[in-house]
Structures are given as structure tokens and as C-alpha cells.
Write a protein of this length. Structure first.
Length: 278
């Protein structure tokens, strides 16, 4: 992960940060915090499957599944799968204090669910995505009424350690957020797969087709990231009237083309998010 700028909120943090679940997203957050100035001895990791957290053992000051009392935490970050939440979340009550903020990155699990499991807690529901692993993620967050200014500032520092963060006041948007950005990287990776397969079908060797697809998707994403132009304008800039790109876009932008397909895919993911909420 690229070096993250140190933030006062992390370097001056009082109390422990308890990370519950050290899988891909939890691990990405952990690395971002350490790069951002959080001291390893302030980190406590609770991992039901510690074999997945072997890297933590190389950081001697990071406490993994400690047996002794931890006391009230500055923040509790819940990064387990939503299916295990009913068993895991209530067990976190002993770590709560008056100044603790609870941050969930579980898909589908609502503020109401979390408030029922942890009554009286200041809670933030958030959704990051996997580019967090390289410091290029984006997270959207929404807090309950108990998340005052200081807790919001701490949440901002913790989540921004892996990329950009946006806030919403409408929790109803979170299922759509999950469908667009949370699940979105998988759609992009599928595009690279499909582009490579199409290249093979057109006569390219498989290795060359995948290299072309991979670099084209990665480079185009970086251009979109750096440019002030909209995606539509960038697309138009590549498209010469009557040329090869125009011929391809005529298929992709047909009435039954890519846009309605992506719309249906995002709708399906949004519905699944609501189902996970119960």
C-alpha cells in the first residue's frame, strides 16, 4: 500500500482501535492505519480464524485475540461477514465506553440492527471497496444520532486511511452504494475478463489478449481518475465517427446493450443488500 499521510486524529488517538475481522478489507484498513501513524500497540484484532491473520504475528505490538481485559475502546471497526453478525456484534459490548464509536463495514447490516445489538452506542455504517488494499478505495458512511463531531472526525480519519470517503444522511442509499462501489470492482474485473476473451475470439493469443485487456482497463481507470473530464466526454474523445470504436459502441450502446445490463446488475445487488438486512 502507498504511504499514507499521517493524520493528527490517528497520531493523537487515545485508547485502542479494536478491529473485528482481519480479512481482505479488515487487513487493508489495518495497513492503512499503521501507515497513517496509528501505533501498533494501540491496535487490538479480534479474528475468529487467526490463521488468516498470519501477517499480524510479524507485528509484535498488535494484540491478536488477547485474553486479558481491553477496556473501553476509542473505536470498534466491524469487518466480519454480515452472515455472522448476529453472533459477533453483541459480544462487543464490553469494549464500549462513553467515547467509543462503532464503525461497521458489513454489507446490508443496518444502523437499526447494530443499535439493537449494541444499545446506546454511537454507530457508523459504512461501505468501502477493495481498491482500499492499494490506498485507492472509496467509502460511503452514514452515522446515527449519537455520532457527534469528535466521533465523526475519528471515523473520517480511520476510513480515509484507505482512500476517499463520502458521507450521506440517508441510510436508504447504502444498499445502492454497496451495489455500485462496494461490488463495482468485480464488474470492472469481469469487463477485463470479457475483453480478453473477446480478443482471443478475434484471433489474439490468450496471453497477449489478457495483457492488452488488463492494461487497457487499468490505464483507462487511471485516466478517468486524473482527468477533470466526465466519463462521457472521455468516451467521446476516443470515438471517431465511422471508425472502429464507433462500430463497437453501436453494439454496446444498443437498447439491449451494456447500460441496461449494468442497471439490472446494480438493481440485483441492491435487492440482495436489502435481503441481508432481514
Amino acid at each position: 500500500m502507498p504511504k499514507v499521510a499521517r493524520t493528527n486524529a490517528l497520531t493523537k488517538l487515545k485508547g485502542a482501535v479494536v478491529l473485528v475481522g482481519a480479512g481482505k478489507m479488515g487487513g487493508a484498513l489495518l495497513e492503512g492505519w499503521l501507515s497513517g501513524g496509528l501505533r501498533s500497540r494501540q491496535l487490538v484484532v479480534l479474528e475468529p480464524q487467526p490463521t488468516k491473520s498470519i501477517k499480524l504475528r510479524t507485528r509484535r505490538d498488535v494484540r491478536l485475540n488477547p485474553k486479558g481485559a481491553i477496556g473501553p475502546a476509542a473505536a470498534i471497526v466491524i469487518a466480519v461477514k454480515p452472515q455472522v453478525a448476529p453472533n459477533v456484534v453483541p459480544s462487543l459490548a464490553p469494549f464500549l465506553g462513553r467515547n467509543t464509536v462503532v464503525i461497521s463495514i458489513m454489507a446490508g447490516r443496518t444502523l437499526a440492527f447494530l443499535e439493537k445489538a449494541l444499545p446506546g452506542a454511537a454507530i457508523v455504517r459504512s461501505m468501502p471497496n477493495t481498491p482500499a488494499a492499494i490506498g485507492r478505495g472509496i467509502t460511503v458512511a452514514v452515522g446515527n444520532k449519537r455520532v457527534a463531531s469528535a466521533k465523526r472526525k475519528l471515523t473520517q480519519a480511520l476510513l480515509a486511511a484507505t482512500g476517499k470517503i463520502e458521507w450521506t444522511d440517508d441510510e436508504r442509499q447504502m444498499d445502492a452504494v454497496t451495489a455500485v462501489s462496494g461490488s463495482g470492482p468485480a464488474y470492472v474485473f469481469l469487463l477485463a475478463e470479457a475483453l480478453a476473451q473477446a480478443g482471443v475470439a478475434a484471433g489474439l493469443p490468450a496471453e497477449l489478449a489478457m495483457k492488452l485487456a488488463r492494461e487497457t482497463v487499468a490505464g483507462s481507470g487511471e485516466l478517468l481518475h486524473r482527468s477533470d473530464l466526465t466519463a462521457a466526454v472521455l468516451r467521446q474523445n476516443v470515438t471517431s465517427p465511422g471508425g472502429t470504436t464507433a462500430a463497437a459502441l453501436e453494439v454496446l450502446m444498443a437498447q439491449d446493450g451494456l447500460e441496461p445490463l449494468i442497471t439490472r446488475a446494480v438493481a440485483a445487488a441492491t435487492r440482495r443488500g436489502k435481503e441481508l438486512a432481514g
